[in-house]
Write a protein that binds this ligand. Structure first.
Ligand SMILES: [Cu+2]
Length: 406
């Protein structure tokens, strides 16, 4: 196994802010940089439109000339990342002035089971070992200061593009790291909302990494919290952080899913599968059943849940069977008033959205992608198990099923 290292096409100075894009783009064209044993790509990947080197030099010069930001008066806090579907500890209404919120993410390429029933697996590319990556929560005008590390045992180059941020390809141009490296990026959260983030090394490596799980979400709350359309405060008891992931897993001739020895070994065959635009799996939180059965989400009648739905690559349409979206920020922007009383909402590929619901009945609620083929066959289903007292005013089985004689 050859690690995906600089093939000598370009100097790899830290000053070359988009080096990874160039290198990955070159690799994508041949499929041969990932591993010496990777078969050539039957359909060559087109040359991505890369920025001209002169443009990069200008950008670098401007960055070197820029006055340093004075953040000396700001408090620093560390946010402990937690595994999805959970959310880190946070305030819904900010106290005090804007802060610098330090977070750490570790890039971890790991073999993950996608579906226990079929044995489908993938060398997932993850932030902190989970698909999706962890949820980051800050308030508007806070600064996110990310330390991004890549494990030495990884094979590939990675970076991160925050849709919530401004500049340098969402930070993607400043965060390319190879196995065993780390980098620190700070960005100001100027726009309130929920936003996706994802790896974007360049060229075909971008969808390859994103479709191997390398994405997640950031929530930037307004400093005074969420509001309805009339400006009244909205609060939640829990967050359910759901990352929908489309996988395109190569198959053997007999229809079973292929297995690979190392991350990156599936590159050429993955690209062929991705070209179909037809996922073999569309799952919540990394694998079929990750949020059902014993892994189901729990709640109670009277409790309010904020459902954050991230989809970095492909359109989807969440629906809570047996409930509603009482307040929905479909596009993710908290600058806009939420829509109300929705049955199904639309999450554009490459974005995150949020929906708030207060449970009124006990029982099981299925939270699905309401393309029901994707929900029931490809895996995009989660369950909420809700405790509490049944309300016959809202629903009653007036006559149990019986022989009608008709
Ligand atoms: Cu990556």
């Amino acid at each position: 196994m050859t690690k995906f290292i600089n093939p000598g096409l370009l100097p790899t100075s830290r000053r070359n802010v988009l080096r990874g894009s160039v290198l990955a783009g070159a690799a994508a064209m041949t499929g041969s940089m990932v591993t010496g044993s990777t078969p050539s790509v039957p359909n060559p990947v087109p040359n991505p439109n890369l920025p001209d080197a002169r443009v990069l030099r200008v950008q670098q010069r401007e960055m070197e000339r820029a006055a340093p930001a004075d953040l000396s008066g700001l408090e620093r806090v560390r946010q402990k990342m937690v595994r999805p579907p959970f959310a880190p500890e946070h305030e819904q209404v900010a106290t005090g002035d804007p802060k610098i919120v330090e977070v750490e993410m570790v890039v971890d390429e790991r073999l993950m089971v996608v579906d226990e029933d079929t044995g489908a697996s993938i060398w997932a590319m993850t932030y902190n070992g989970s698909v999706p990556g962890p949820l980051i929560i800050v308030h508007q005008d806070d600064y996110v200061e990310l330390t991004l590390k890549s494990l030495s045992r990884n094979q590939l180059e990675h970076n991160i593009d925050f849709h919530a941020s401004t500049g340098a390809l969402g930070g993607g141009g400043l965060t390319h790291i190879y196995p065993g490296e780390e980098t620190v990026l700070r960005w100001k959260a100027t726009k309130p909302g929920v936003f996706t983030y994802h790896c974007a090394p360049g060229g075909a490596m971008i969808p390859y990494h994103v479709c191997h799980g390398m994405n997640g979400a950031v929530m930037v709350l307004p400093r005074d919290g969420l509001k309805d359309g009339d400006g009244n405060p909205l609060t939640y008891d829990d967050i359910a952080y759901i990352g929908e992931q489309d996988y395109y897993l190569p198959r053997n001739e007999d229809g079973t899913f292929k297995t690979y020895a190392n991350a990156g070994d599936d590159y050429a065959e993955s690209l062929e599968a991705m070209r179909t635009l037809t996922p073999t799996h569309s799952v919540f939180n990394g694998s079929v059943g990750a949020l059902t059965g014993t892994n189901a989400l729990r709640s109670e009648v009277g409790k309010t849940v904020l459902m954050i739905h991230n989809q970095a690559n492909r359109d989807t349409r969440p629906h809570l069977i047996g409930g509603h979206g009482n307040f929905v920020w479909e596009s993710g922007s908290f600058s806009d008033a939420p829509q109300t009383g929705l049955e199904t909402w639309f999450i554009r590929g490459g974005s995150a959205g949020a929906a708030m619901y207060t449970f009124e009945q006990p029982g099981v609620y299925a939270y699905v992608n309401h393309n029901l083929i994707e929900a029931a066959i490809l895996g995009a289903t989660a369950h909420f198990v809700v405790d509490g007292e049944w309300d016959n005013d809202l629903m009653e089985q007036v006559v149990a099923p019986r022989t009608s004689g008709a």
